[in-house]
Design a protein around this ligand. Sequence first.
Ligand SMILES: [Zn+2]
Length: 244
Amino acid sequence: MHRSAARFSSTLGFLMGAVLMLASSSAWAGGGRKVPDLRRDTQEWVRPRAAAAMRIPVTFHLATDSGASVASNRVVQEWVTRANEELSPFGIEVDVVAVRRMPAGWSEVTHWKTRRALAGHAPHDGTVHVFAIEALDEQGRRARRVRGLHWRYRGLAPGLRGREYLVVTREAPTTTFAHELGHLFGLRHASRADNIMCSCRRGQEVGFSLSQGATMREGARRLLARQDAGNLGPSRIARRRDRR
Ligand SMILES: [Zn+2]
């Protein structure tokens, strides 16, 4: 009895040792062993499939100068492509449903009255309105030139209730549109220079963080809901200006 118990325990010890070896070797061995490719395997469930993505319909308005659009279709396409690269991991997809040319007189937005008037071109039609313009100044101060803007009206004026739009200037970096969408989906500025929400001179190697992604998904869900309702809560005009 004693001998077989000892044999059993040594067998058990051997087996446990083998299991441990197997576990540790599969944890860090590459080579010939069949190790699950976590990166590939998780992509299927971490990255949402197209059908599960929230589709955000967008209307682009191109300001014109002497009859020509200030921003070309190619430039706008670059903005959209970059935004979708950054948003798709979080299940959000920007879908351009219309590109319209604006009448003359909207290429520069340098006064709050112009911003307010611009809201008249952003009707409640279930799409997010984006204006591609030449120049955007902060309250007419040329020294405070900004690249993009997220404008939202939260007052009580009946004609403006619920109006919300984005502005991106022609010479803005390709990340500016994604940055303004971040505001639209509820993000504030971030301090890290490698974050897309940094209000700083960003490089090309920037992105959203995972927690920002979660916030944006919730924000996008709310945006779609309020576009359906066509109504925003009371408060005030909220706008964020971005130098870059
Ligand atoms: Zn900003």
